[in-house]
Design a protein around this ligand. Structure first.
Ligand code: FAD
Length: 204
């Protein structure tokens, strides 16, 4: 059941209050929007509780487990509804009905990859390792699946060349890149002096 009440076929803003991003073909971009907004704009948002006209819309978390969190500032409750939904794909005892990543799940996973790459980067990298790391960051900024995120990351790299001379240099550079996005999204900046505790050594 769709809970969308918009009359326009292409709403400009989603329930999170964020602008809806559309692909070149005019379809909402899954990896550029939050799951809530994507399901809102595609009319696949479910209402909480059957037969209740004042029911709150809920995101179908079986499509993207772990990503059904409400974006900051959103007013809508989207609790996990998996308890009353079939979780496994037909014919499998293992695989849940996970769907494509939204902008938040994609972001969390990607930052985990990037910070962990820095955590495993040598303290004294060879020239080849330095060169490859620069190339990787450039290519990553070209292929990142959220187009508008990718463009900003590409710009960040142009203005702040990747620092690849050591593990700590790279870790702090990625921390700064992450903070640039945090700031853009109105989030608190992370203290980059603590990047190793978060991504290498763990907390005391
Ligand atoms: P995340 O920001 O994903 O952070 C995950 C964890 O990393 C945090 O819990 C914290 O422990 C740690 N952390 C946070 N900041 C830092 C830091 N500076 N250094 C080290 N560790 C840190 N989303 C958009 O909506 N618009 C964008 O333009 C956009 N651009 C992105 C560009 C890139 C290259 C990437 C990888 C992601 C981008 N995202 C963007 C996604 C966004 O950054 C978040 O990943 C997403 O909003 C989920 O946020 P979160 O609060 O779960 O935590």
């Amino acid at each position: 059941m769709s809970s969308r009440t918009e009359t326009s076929k292409t709403p400009e803003f989603g329930l999170s209050g964020r602008k809806i991003i559309y692909d070149e073909d005019g379809k909402p971009c899954r990896s550029c929007n939050t799951l809530l907004d994507f399901q809102f704009v595609t009319g696949t948002l479910k209402a909480r509780g059957s037969g209740n006209s004042s029911a709150s819309p809920v995101a179908d978390s079986t499509q993207s487990p772990g990503s059904g969190e409400l974006a900051a500032g959103a007013a809508t409750d989207i609790s996990n509804t998996s308890a009353d939904q079939p979780l496994l794909i037909p014919g499998s005892k293992t695989y849940s009905k996970s769907g494509p990543a939204d902008v938040e799940e994609l972001g969390r996973s990607s930052w985990t990859l990037l910070h962990t790459i820095a955590a495993k980067y040598p303290n004294k990298p060879s020239d080849t390792q330095k060169q490859e790391m620069k190339q990787f960051m450039t290519i990553f900024s070209h292929v990142y699946p959220c187009g508008w995120c990718a463009k900003d990351f590409e710009l960040f790299i142009k203005e702040n060349a990747p620092k690849v001379d050591s593990k700590d240099d790279l870790g702090r550079w990625i921390c700064a890149a992450h903070n640039e996005v945090n700031e853009k999204l109105g989030k608190e900046k992370f203290n980059c002096d603590l990047w190793k505790k978060r991504w290498v050594d763990g907390w005391d």
